[in-house]
Ligand binder design. Sequence first.
Ligand code: MCA
Ligand code: AMP
Length: 532
Amino acid sequence: MKDQYSDGESGPPRSNESKESDASGPTSAFGRGIALVDRARDHAGRVAVISGQDAFTYEQLLEASACVASCILDGRDDLRETRVAFQEPPGFEYAAVQWGIWRAGGIAVPLSMDHPAPELEYVIDDAGAGIVIAHADYEERVRCLAQRRGIPFLLGNEALRVNPARLPEVNPARRAMILYTSGTTGRPKGVVTTHNNIRAQIECLIEAWEWNARDRILSVLPLNHVHGIINVLLCAFWAGAACDILPRFDADRVWARIAEGDLTLFMAVPTIYVKLIRAWEKASSAACMAMGEGCSRMRLMVSGSAALPVPVLERWREITGHTLLERYGMTEIGMALSNPLHGPRKPGHVGQPLPGVQVRLLDESGKPVSPGEPGEIQVKGPGVFREYWQRPEATRESFREGWFVTGDIAVVEDGSYRMLGRSNTDIIKTGGYKVSAPEIENVLLEHPEIEECAVVGIDDPEWGQRVGAALVLAKGASLDPDSLRAWTKERLAQYKTPTRILFVDDLPRNAMGKVQKTVVVALFPKGEMTNA
Ligand code: MCA
Ligand code: AMP
């Protein structure tokens, strides 16, 4: 029997997708096929997840995810790539639901814990979710979104208690996950990865950073993005390691946990290191001693998702003795470049291609750059995503000759890549989140008092960039920044809400009438939060 879902209908460039033999077959009690899940049987008795005072073994994760899968299947033999949107706080239930969706043959669509209703609705609708699952704490918010659309709604904790049934065999070439990422135009796009893509993204990090079953990592990142899902949670699960999951980042809790002295790995975005440094500087010398002791027991601390400022790397080294390993990645490709685990890590650089990842730099005419010249990063490899969900044209446009075009500019110096920025200034990186200036502008323009606006990224020592908005108000209108922020937070995620607001009479435009964003950036007074 052929698994018709192993080879998608909408055909993106497929050089990145290894063609595996057809793995479908009769359903079995265990439903094999997903390597990550199958491997868990080899370390069944080891701890997989620590959540507060509770620890859960791989055996418990297998059992719980089989229950979730059976609940979602509800008598069907296979979900056949039904999209299952789920809102679960980071923890054991999150992991059980993610694996349950996969084991039922579905596509996992994790929802942000922090998004307001309009953003959640956009993801549910764009992904065409056929089932919605939520943690009991979020039932009130999410159930009505599902009901309004006639989509079946399930509670995570109830799904965990269903009797396990037979599960399908899942071909690893099938779609596994859709993560939403902002682009240069329009609303966020769904990045589709297959089980094979996910496996490749995990395996290159397992090899490069020497993950092993004795590792114990602290998870502090949101679990609807690659950094938290792949680099932290799923690498730990592949290795048979333990993942200690905090529901969200909190500097004091992170330091307290590090001070316990049993963690071996930590991975975060630069803003988190800035916040941890600040908390260290406020702590007593006895606390700093314990925190430093905990750090010295770790074997690796990694930074990524945004440029790590060299002063942050240096300060972190002073207080912990660790030279942060900086690496570069993207939702569409997983990780591509990394400083070495062994050997010198160059501050301000992101290292060399990871195992199995091909990277090239091209100039504006599409030719490989000469050594030492800047160029756009293009990436090829088995971890590169399959497609943008239901956007065949956007998928086609993002590849050249089978290479994914990242939009990031870099240069190679002494064999190590250094990031120089992006080719498009409409992408802002704030706190490690990628946000689209036009997406925010479109929302601001819905405000009755706003006539015109320009959203830009303003360099910031804590957030990397802050979202800044220059606003031209309608004639005779007035608007106070606090009420505008409250209005925006109802429509957009907190990190997309402008924290620097400037009222102007006109926006600077070029001869063609296009807003000059670099001139807008220069209008913002340095170091002030708002200029109302
Ligand atoms: C929150 N605040 C902000 C921002 N976010 N202010 C300016 N800019 C922001 N971006 C403000 C809030 O309005 C609030 O202020 C106060 O900060 C606390 O908000 P809260 O949400 O509690 O902040 P936090 O929990 O401290 O969040 C900081 C964080 C978070 C932990 C750094 O931003 C985060 O988790 N970032 C990681 C994102 C991530 O995982 N990216 C990876 C994408 P007030 O109290 O005044 O309202 S994947 C990727 O990039 C690729 C694949 C890769 O390479 O990894
Ligand atoms: P995302 O779409 O959220 O996956 O963000 C990916 C983007 O984050 C990349 O295209 C880069 O612009 C940026 N990025 C990731 N890691 C780094 C890094 N180490 N240095 C600079 N930029 C980075």
